[in-house]
Write a protein of this length. Structure first.
Lengths: 289, 160
């Protein structure tokens, strides 16, 4: 690795955002480092300053707030997975974050890093989109709050402005009868990149779906919020007809790449299959709440 | 280029070192501190040969910048045996021939210990998933999994 790099670990967001803005594009945020260090070693990025955000308390803690949760963007997957109340309320979000890499990677990798790395196949993102998570962003001009689906601009690109840092995710309060689920298809059983990923978040009351959100990953340049699929589920009893319509809506939005992991036709078909399976899991979980 | 000064704890002992800002923790362990038990397999977090714990959390030391170790506690394979007394996992790996060339072994041992410290009674499936981030290209995983299962059973028996 190159040597003309500065490492800093500020304890405030103002300091971190100031340093990032001052670096003028040559700054990189370091959370778990499981993407950044790999990219540096491969020569894909060569930052002038590395800003380690793990000394910023707001970014490294999970809090129950206003009936929901605030998850610091740099909290590791392992810590997320050990949070019993979060697992209970948002099993789909937690399982999606916990699918990123091995146990070793889980010890470091964060949902914030997964989002900002902006891979269309990022496992945590479809689940967070389905969960209607919002992102708190801190920058030189202050703070703003945006839906998670507004962050990705394309493979490796985000809508963050100069000096802006993703601080935390906020998950909303849960209505009774709500649950979520995330499924991805990979050719192995563990440790691989999603061919398709699908997050489904449901509220079911008296057997009828009263609200739904669907997030799809790895089938387009960005993770997608599939509103037509949600509309097909809402108001139904999640019967085969509704599921077929939602699966068709998922297939309709797919604009995937053709690569060694899956052809366009395969990824498109699987998007519908995963929608149905994730919905079934979320429904079963919702029945327990 | 100025070196960064880092104060940390390694295998229970306070350690200070100087490093380049982008040197990995693995490189410092091996090259600056002479702790060559942790291996570099892939250098990208895929193989687990560089596994250590950081504040009791299993991590790849190749994906940690050495300055990040400041103020934290690191445990490596060198801290596993008590003097000449092998850790039960080390002993069992020898008995069951759960190693061949040995490059992956320190990582498997560190990862297996991290599992048993957390979960003294893992199922075979739990062990296989836990160790999915450690790659072995010669022994085959079966002997490794058996060794971990037997140690877990022995340790539970001893704890009765």
């Amino acid at each position: 690795m190159m040597n003309d790099v500065r490492y800093m670990a500020p304890s405030t967001l103002d300091e971190a955002a100031g340093a990032l803005a001052a670096a003028n594009g040559a700054g990189r945020i370091l959370a778990g480092g499981t993407d950044l260090l790999v990219q540096m070693r491969a020569g894909v990025v060569s930052p002038g300053v590395i800003i380690d955000v793990k000394k910023i308390a707001e970014m490294t803690t999970i809090e129950a707030v206003g009936g929901g949760f605030r998850i610091g963007a740099a909290v590791s997957g392992a810590v997320v997975g050990e949070h019993a109340a979060l697992r209970q309320a948002w099993p789909g979000v937690v399982e999606a974050i916990n699918l990123i890499g091995s146990k070793q990677i889980q010890g470091r990798a964060s949902a914030g890093g997964n989002l900002c790395n902006a891979s269309p196949a990022a496992d945590s993102v479809p689940a967070l989109v389905a969960a209607a998570a919002t992102v708190t962003i801190h920058g030189p001009k202050g703070r703003r709050e945006v839906p998670v689906e507004k962050i990705h601009a394309g493979p490796g690109r985000t809508t963050l402005e100069r000096g802006e840092i993703v601080v935390s995710f906020t998950l909303p309060p849960r209505a009774p009868g709500s649950a979520d689920a995330y499924l991805r298809l990979i050719p192995r059983t563990e440790m691989d990149i999603a061919v398709v990923g699908c997050g489904v978040n449901l509220t079911v009351q008296g057997g009828t779906c009263t609200s739904a959100r669907v997030g799809l990953g790895a089938v387009a340049p960005t993770v997608l919020l599939v509103e037509d699929a949600a509309q097909a589920l809402i108001g139904s009893r999640l019967d085969d007809k509704a599921l077929d319509a939602a699966a068709a809506a998922c297939r309709a939005v797919c604009k995937p790449i053709n690569d060694k992991r899956g052809t366009i036709a395969y990824r498109t078909k699987i998007a519908g299959v995963l929608l149905k399976r994730a919905t079934a899991i979320a429904l079963e979980r919702a029945g327990r709440h | 280029m100025a070196k960064t000064h880092v104060s940390t704890t390694i295998n229970g002992e306070p350690v200070e070192f100087l490093c380049d800002p982008t040197q990995s923790l693995l490189d410092v362990l091996r090259d600056n501190l002479g702790l060559t038990g942790s291996k570099e397999g892939c250098g990208s977090g895929d193989c687990g040969a560089c596994s250590v714990t950081l504040d009791n959390r299993l991590v790849c030391s190749c994906l940690i910048l050495a300055p990040e170790a400041e103020g934290h506690s690191i445990r490596t394979i060198e801290g596993m045996a008590q003097g000449d007394q092998l850790h039960p996992l080390q002993q069992k790996f020898v008995e069951l021939a759960a190693l061949q060339c040995g490059i992956c072994t320190p990582g498997f041992l560190v990862a297996s210990k991290a599992l048993l410290d957390r979960n003294p009674d893992p199922t075979e499936t739990e062990i296989r998933y836990w160790l999915a981030g450690n790659l072995c290209r010669c022994t085959g995983y079966d002997k490794i999994i058996r060794a971990v299962m037997e140690v877990a059973a022995d340790m539970r028996e001893a704890a009765r």
